[in-house]
Design a protein around this ligand. Structure first.
Ligand SMILES: CSCC[C@H](N)C(=O)N1CCC[C@H]1C(=O)O
Length: 349
């Protein structure tokens, strides 16, 4: 069943006749339009319309799987107003600004506006075959770029030169960086989001590189921590504990497993190594049109893994003023377990 048809079923369950979609990734998921920040979609029981403006007339015609209406507000809203009179119209509470809601109220005074959460994000958790192909291609490119740049990670190199090389190679291959490349060396490794700085890598340090490619709208996400020279015994111990936790969590991936239980697999191992407090974030997340999407792999998550999800497994341990380690793989949940999509080597330290 198409995502649009599944969405109509969900709208029916939520008791709305129509849905105004403004979240960029959701607009893209429903239409294929590649400038979704400048698009909106109105979904009704028998139609879906992409609203965008004249800058995108040709692009929308080429890309959109649904009919387009080219206009700017207020014409955009007026186009739909008659059909929405007396209807319950859902909107995406996470994606509509206060001003955006004011506009809807002003232009659709006879509609009942209903805030909804996570309706399309929920559907997006299960990837379709063409989406899996796109994520696989993005990760293959990320693996290739990581392997090409790996020899640059040596004592004397600056973090930001490594990040720039990764970004340049992704761009030359027709992709872009899915997020600001994280290159965190030595004590900066204690920052889970340590975006590359001007710091010069020193001998004996661990360097965490977290990178993703965005190709044809779909993202990848992978982290490797590598050693430059001989790291301290303490950091080698931390590395091996994180690796053990990562591999155990990967092995536990299969349909039906609760995301919270998966998080616990890794957390228990790190706790056993005295690193429970140092694991300062969740185990992972879904990846697709957004780098961070459902399911959420954290202790409080209600999500349950299902075949077709693409997830990260990325435990880490962060010791302030000392350093840190994170190891992350990208996985496809399959009918009988999982397939690891990220292939860059995990080097022994
Ligand atoms: C800035 S995007 C970060 C991508 C990264 N792989 C990631 O998802 N995380 C790094 C630390 C934990 C996790 C996160 O929740 O941000």
């Amino acid at each position: 069943m198409s995502q649009l048809q599944q969405l109509r079923d969900a709208m029916n369950d939520a008791g709305v006749h129509a849905l105004w979609v403004s979240g960029p990734a959701n607009v893209r998921a429903l239409t294929g339009f590649s400038s979704p920040e400048d698009g909106r979609v109105l979904v009704t029981p028998d139609a879906a319309t992409l609203y965008t403006d004249a800058r995108y007339t040709v692009q929308a015609r080429e890309e959109s799987r649904v009919p387009q209406f080219i206009a700017r507000p207020p014409e955009t809203f007026q186009h739909a107003a008659d059909a929405l009179k007396g209807q319950r119209v859902g909107f995406e509470a996470e994606h509509l600004t206060v001003a955006g809601l004011d506009d809807l109220k002003q232009h659709w005074p006879e509609a009942e506006l209903v805030p909804l959460r996570g309706m399309i994000q929920g559907l997006r958790q299960l990837k379709m075959p063409e989406e899996i192909r796109a994520i696989r291609a993005a990760q293959a490119l990320a693996d290739q770029v990581f392997n090409e740049v790996r020899p640059m990670i040596v004592a004397g190199a600056r973090e930001l030169d490594i990040a720039l090389e990764i970004e340049t190679r992704l761009r030359k291959a027709g992709a872009e960086s899915a997020f600001g490349v994280i290159v965190a060396s030595g004590p900066r490794g204690a920052m889970p989001h340590g975006h590359a700085s001007a710091r010069v890598i020193e001998d004996g340090e661990l360097v965490t590189v977290d990178m993703g490619a965005r190709l044809n709208g779909y993202n990848s996400d992978m982290t490797r921590t590598v050693a430059v020279g001989q790291p301290s015994d303490e950091m080698r111990r931390v590395y091996n504990a994180v690796l053990e936790a990562e591999e155990a969590a990967v092995r536990a991936v299969k349909p039906g497993v609760r995301a919270a239980d998966l998080d616990k697999v890794a957390r228990d191992i790190l706790t056993g190594h005295g690193l429970g407090e140092a694991f300062a974030h969740s185990l992972g997340h879904g990846v697709g049109l957004e780098v961070h999407e459902g399911p959420g792999l954290r202790g409080t998550s209600e999500d349950v893994l299902a075949a077709g999800m693409v997830i990260t497994i990325e435990p880490g341990a962060y010791l302030p003023d000392v350093g840190g380690v994170r190891i992350e793989d990208l996985l496809l949940v399959t009918e009988d377990g999982y397939e690891v999509l990220s292939h860059a080597p995990k080097e022994p330290v």
